[in-house]
Design a protein around this ligand. Structure first.
Ligand code: UGA
Length: 422
């Protein structure tokens, strides 16, 4: 099949390159020529394990353009993979979705009779595909959805750092379509993955994505709340959840209590779901508590440090700046509130991260950055924010360590050790 992928961010790049590997022809579209140049030269615009290799392997099946109509004209199906940033009131900014729909609609107006399918892969609130994207497509094309062209939603469940594996070995594929032709097209596209396919209507598919992320975020905040309670009772929360999750009704994933969740998805999606509910007069007490607990965890880490050290004027080493290991992504990283609080308390900071320092420098240009994790050891106390593999090999002997991610070696070796939930 010939697919056009609009947006070469995280979702678009991974999806397009993986579909190319499945044998499809891919045309990437982006307003940013630099990202397209990267793709053309065999380099993925985002860092993701295995993605560059897969891109190199499938280069002959991949083209790029900045022109949406050109891409739509030469393909059978278009996937909208643009960003939906968070607005100040928590709701989603649909500017890029609207722009994409407008250009696709214009292109469909001129496209020959061949049936074209438009799929929204970006995370959008229930109703967006049918109430925002569809009317723009119909208005600009002068054609009717599900009669002259197909429309659907197909949310992604890719984790950063594991996205290629998640694409090829997913727990499930969710297809949202209100007409048989779009359903059949998407089911055919995913069939070779041999994964369970859950087909439903568009609105439900959109909701499934939010509920999945909101539930995972809830599990994390729940494990953090329980972890905080375990801590004061001298109980190891990890051991508790190992015991709890032997119950087959409770699976063991996403109970790693610690400093909380970050990233471009969980915080944004939970806020958007809260705003969506509130716009309909529904108070989401649980979701609000999920955010509150998450916001409190970094402050708890600071309080633990203060128990052992008068922070003012001291040099504090920060291990890890990305929102999780194996990525350079610092969006909503828990390192941000930690560093902010330390600066307010008058600390000097020496930070280290294997990948995320360039990004962090744009946010905090004035703090010091180390060349290696070893260099960070020359500080008055260490705070572990991200569980990068190399932090499990550091010599923590004689150090004060405040740990947000349960690095057991630090627990065994440090002179003074405090885990946030254990
Ligand atoms: C998340 C979801 O896991 C994906 O299924 C989804 O497709 C994606 O969002 C998205 O909406 O695009 P991602 O944000 O890449 O993926 O990262 P996760 O691995 O889920 O981790 C998110 C945050 O939760 C990280 O800060 C991580 O450290 C934290 N976390 C995760 C915990 O604190 N405890 C846990 O037990 C698990």
């Amino acid at each position: 099949m010939k697919l056009s992928i609009i947006g070469t961010g995280y979702v678009g790049s991974v999806t397009g390159i993986c579909f190319a590997d499945m044998g499809h022809q891919i045309c990437f579209v982006d307003v940013d020529q630099i990202k397209l140049d990267a793709i053309n030269s065999g380099k993925s615009p985002i860092y993701e394990p295995d993605l560059d290799n897969l891109l190199m392997k499938n280069r002959t099946k991949i083209t790029t353009t900045t022109d949406i109509p050109e891409a739509v004209n030469q393909t059978d199906l278009t996937m909208i993979c643009v960003g939906t940033p968070q607005k100040t009131d928590g709701s989603s900014d649909l500017r890029f979705i609207n722009d994409a729909a407008y250009s696709i609609g214009k292109a469909l107006a001129d496209k020959d009779k061949k049936y074209h399918t438009v799929i929204v892969k970006s995370t959008v609130l229930p109703g967006t595909t049918s109430n925002v994207v569809k009317p723009v497509l119909e208005r600009e094309s002068g054609k009717e959805a599900t009669v002259d062209f197909g429309i659907g939603a197909n949310p992604e469940f890719l984790k950063e750092g594991n996205a290629v594996k998640d694409f090829f070995h997913t727990d499930r594929i969710v297809i949202g379509a209100n007409d048989p032709k779009t359903k059949k097209t998407l089911e055919g596209l995913y069939k070779p993955l041999h994964a369970p396919i859950f087909t439903t209507n568009i609105k439900t598919a959109e909701m499934i994505k939010y509920v999945s992320n909101a539930f995972l975020a809830t599990k994390i905040s729940f494990s953090n709340e329980i972890g905080n309670l375990c801590k004061v009772n001298d109980i190891d929360s990890y051991e508790v959840f190992r015991g709890v999750s032997l119950d087959c009704r409770i699976n063991p994933h996403f109970f790693r209590s610690g400093i909380g969740f970050g990233g471009s998805c969980f915080p944004k999606d939970v806020h958007a779901l809260i705003a969506f509910a509130e716009s309909q007069g529904i108070d989401t007490k649980i979701l609000k508590a999920v955010i509150r607990t998450n916001d409190d965890q970094p402050q708890k880490l600071i309080a633990l440090l203060k128990k052992h050290l008068d922070i003012r004027g001291k040099k504090i080493g920060i291990l890890g700046l990305s929102f999780k290991p194996d990525t350079d992504d610092i969006r909503e990283s828990r390192a941000i509130p930690v560093v902010q609080a330390l600066l307010e308390e008058g600390a000097q900071i020496l930070a280290y991260d294997p990948m995320a320092m360039p990004g962090f420098k744009t946010l905090f240009p004035r703090i010091s950055y180390a060349k290696s994790s070893k260099e960070v050891l020359e500080t008055d106390a260490l705070m572990i924010i991200t569980e990068w593999k190399e932090f499990f090999d550091i010599d923590y002997k004689g150090k004060i360590v405040i740990d947000g991610r349960k690095v057991n070696k630090a627990r065994r070796e440090a002179d003074i050790y405090e885990g946030i939930c254990w």
